[in-house]
Design a binder for this molecule. Structure first.
Ligand SMILES: [Zn+2]
Length: 372
């Protein structure tokens, strides 16, 4: 297949090029003849977005989704330019984790955006920074047997958001690192000493930076000061314009640089459904003007997609080269799959999204197959 005349967003620049796709991979950026041709004149071709933190969409929550439900989410996400995603679990019972993982295992080979594995948001997090998570399922860590209650699909990416200050937290990080988990610090009030220990133990990423963590204080540096000061620590952001004021988005981009930031949606089941009341996680979550709130008034995730985050940041003057890094390459690096996908380079999988001049998705390809 040949994609002609697009503005192609490479890792370091944007070029007018024709992309040849063969065997599901990007074969060349030099053009040539290659069977079916798609004219993308006027469109911008980006690597497909990778969302490492998403709880659901189109009325479906990953905690109680069947495999067929998950495929519906995957199809919706493909329409939003997302080519890979990590279903993200809120703290729940062992039985609920087990049933959710069973459905994910079954859906991993399905159509639409690829399901990479699972992201556990908790249960080892701080009750004082619970956000919309249900504290009755929070846990402390006493030894490797505690990990038996966190089932995993086979051959899957495994990511966890944890607070290093919970009892046994540093041991937990060491153990998970050994087992190949991607570790992210979040829902935390850890002080610098604990954060340094967490970094030494193998935690080098932070979940929805600034949200659900102790705020920046000039006499008491905590997670935010630590995450900004360490060059070997990356973080992700919910760029919906609500979780973080657009001014703070600009400030974080300036201080951290686009090399250290990934975008996430942190979307909940209401995403793609519009305003209204939704029964999610055993409570009513209200969506009004795109803002979520649970009964206690806590913000409860977003209803955006990665596409909305990309559009918002583009409207703030962020280039597509920087956005491709934050929406694709950095998440791929975080998960350790950047040799396979995450940028437009020969040899990588043809996971691609073409946006028209208004920022709407014109075409999504997953492993070279048009999904939209
Ligand atoms: Zn979340």
């Amino acid at each position: 297949m040949l994609l002609r005349n697009a503005n192609v967003v490479l890792p370091d620049r944007e070029v007018k090029a024709s992309v040849v796709i063969a065997d599901g991979k990007i074969a060349s950026l030099e053009g040539g003849s290659a069977g079916e041709e798609i004219d993308l004149a006027g469109a911008t071709l980006l690597p497909g977005f990778i969302d490492v933190h998403i709880h659901g969409a189109v009325g479906i929550d990953v905690m109680d989704a069947s495999a067929a439900d998950l495929r519906k989410v995957s199809e919706y996400l493909a329409l939003q330019g997302v080519t890979s995603w990590l279903p993200t679990f809120v703290p729940a019972s062992d039985e609920n984790y087990a049933s959710a993982v069973a459905a994910i295992s079954e859906a991993m080979s399905g159509p639409g955006a690829r399901i990479l594995g699972v992201h556990y948001e908790g249960p080892f997090v701080n009750t004082a920074q619970c956000g919309a998570l249900h504290t009755e399922y929070f846990k402390t860590y006493s030894g490797p047997e505690d990990l038996n209650s966190l089932p995993l699909p086979e051959n899957a990416v495994r990511m966890i958001t944890l607070a290093p200050e919970v009892s046994g937290g540093i041991e937990l990080i060491r153990e998970l690192k050994e087992l190949g988990w991607v570790i992210s610090i979040g829902h935390t009030r850890a002080d610098l000493k604990v954060l340094e220990e967490a970094g030494d133990a193998g935690a080098h990423h932070m979940t929805h930076f600034m949200n659900a963590m102790a705020p920046l204080h000039h006499r008491s540096p905590g997670p935010i000061a630590w995450g900004l000061s360490r060059d070997d620590v990356t973080f992700d952001l919910i760029a919906d314009g609500i979780h973080l004021d657009p001014f703070m988005l600009r400030l974080l981009l300036k201080v951290k640089g686009t090399g250290g930031i990934s975008l996430i949606s942190d979307a909940i089941a209401a995403a793609g459904k519009g305003d209204g009341d939704y029964n999610i996680w055993g409570e009513t979550i209200t969506v009004k003007n795109g803002r979520t709130a649970n009964a206690s008034g806590s913000i409860a995730g977003s209803v955006i997609s990665m596409l909305d985050a990309v559009r918002l940041l583009h409207s703030l003057g962020i280039s597509y080269v920087d956005l491709a890094r934050m929406a694709s390459l950095n998440p791929a690096r975080l998960l350790g799959i950047d040799q396979v996908c995450g940028s437009i380079e020969p040899g990588k999988r043809a996971d691609l999204v073409a946006l028209d001049q208004q920022g709407n998705v014109k075409l999504t390809l997953i492993a070279g197959n048009p999904c939209f």
